[in-house]
Design a protein around this ligand. Structure first.
Ligand code: LLP
Length: 404
């Protein structure tokens, strides 16, 4: 994504052109960036040859998942719907892991029938439920147990998952009990220890800490785990020149760990694969001068893109046509929804803009469309995949008749 002749461009197409053909708001994804991210991810962990299971929750567009599948990735799913999408996208069931604290009997039955690779259980009751269902089907099912390592991921509180006050996983005491329990079970086969301490992690140290905790626990449990699922969480830079995760150091820590434990590593990355491939184009409906600041009211809103309203997340927001004329006044970019949290970002000054101009919100490929809703009976945006100068519609804009 860069300015060419003052026009902001994704691959070889300007956002102006895209908006003219497909209207706004529109999600656009760069195919080449997706490819580059997957290649980089693989390269960063080449020395440990992990199984990489894309976290479907970050982007549930089936065409995107189909592209990801072509690079050999599996899937990490957290619901029956996600599992169905992953299978429909062509991901082999032996590369699918099922995570989540609240899997229902229906979901577990479906996962077993589809012969998925691994169910990562998160409680005693869940292990027993999987066991009961497996018994009724006269099967022995491969499971993992998610450990809560009580490790601070040093990320936003709302997206932290590895501390003891979080609902995820089981503590060490329960973990040991479950290992013992599984050893004597005819219907569950304990293959994996899984963890996921949080999302948007930019510091390798929490990962190092987490590995130390797992190391201790495995030694104490005296059990040979064929797989260690380290989850996802690798952060991306949402702002220019911001800190980056040191993959070398993370990988080195894993290699050290693997010298002691001969297991295969599983990763469940979402954001690091799709975060920076996505852009949301939006049109300015009105500019309202309210004295000290201008409210720039866009046709995209918190229902289309929720991260700023939900986490106070900041996303680069750029004019699609650059003019280098700066207006020294605060500009607050907001959506039309009847909520004060329906705001994207505020700038002390911005370039001169007018109604009907286009604005591009960047890095919305992860937890963008997948977190969107129909709040205020607003149809969901169209999704487009850009490959060079080709634009493919990968999901149509919702119509009012879909909603009413
Ligand atoms: N594995 C498990 C078990 C997870 O819960 C998650 C994310 C992932 C993998 C993928 O994590 P990633 O590599 O994408 O960080 N909506 C929030 C993020 C929530 C993440 C939930 N779990 C956001 O927009 O920042």
């Amino acid at each position: 994504m860069k300015y060419i002749n003052k026009k902001l461009t994704i691959e070889k197409v300007s956002f102006q052109k895209i908006a003219k053909i497909y209207n706004t708001p529109a999600y656009c994804y760069s195919y080449n960036k997706l490819k580059e991210n997957i290649k980089n991810f693989k390269k960063n962990f080449k020395s440990i040859s992990p199984l990489i299971c894309f976290a479907v929750k970050s982007n549930t567009n089936i065409k995107i998942i189909r592209e990801i599948k072509k690079f050999g990735l599996g899937a990490d799913v957290v619901s029956m719907g996600e599992l169905m999408i992953a299978l429909k996208a062509g991901i082999k069931s032996n590369k699918i892991v099922f995570s989540g604290v609240g899997k229902t009997s229906e979901e577990i039955k479906y996962a077993i029938d589809k012969k998925i690779f691994l169910i990562n259980a998160e409680s005693v009751s869940e292990v027993k439920k999987i066991e009961r269902i497996a018994k009724s089907k006269k099967k022995k099912i491969k499971i993992g147990i998610r450990l809560n390592p009580n490790t601070d991921a040093k990320t936003l509180n709302q997206i932290s998952t590895g501390k003891k006050e979080n609902k995820f996983g089981v503590n060490d005491k329960v973990f040991f009990e479950l290992v013992k329990y599984c050893k004597n079970s005819n219907n569950v086969d304990l293959k994996c220890l899984s963890v996921h301490i949080g999302s948007q992690i930019l510091d390798h140290k929490p990962y190092q800490k987490m590995l130390k905790v797992i190391n201790k626990i495995i030694k104490k449990s005296n059990y040979n785990f064929e797989f260690i699922d380290l989850g996802g969480g690798m952060g991306i830079s949402y702002e220019n020149n911001k800190k980056k995760l040191d993959y070398k150091k993370y990988c080195l820590a894993i290699k050290k760990f693997l010298k002691i434990h001969k297991s295969k590593i599983i990763f469940e990355p979402g954001r690091s694969i799709v975060g920076n491939i996505g852009f949301l184009i939006s049109k300015i409906i009105y500019i309202k001068d309210s004295g000290k600041k201008n409210f720039v009211i866009l046709d995209a809103a918190m229902n289309d893109f929720m991260r700023p309203a939900l986490y106070g997340a900041l996303h680069r927001t750029l004019p699609s046509l650059k003019n280098n004329k700066i207006l020294k006044k605060t500009h607050e970019f907001v959506g039309p929804i009847c909520e004060s949290t329906d705001r994207f970002i505020s700038f002390k000054n911005f370039q001169e803009i007018k109604e009907n101009d286009l604005i591009v919100i960047c890095d919305v490929g992860a937890y963008g469309m997948s977190l969107s809703s129909n709040y205020n009976v607003r149809p969901k945006p169209i999704e487009l995949l850009i490959k060079g100068s080709k634009i493919n519609v990968i999901k149509k804009r919702q119509k009012y008749k879909d909603l009413i």
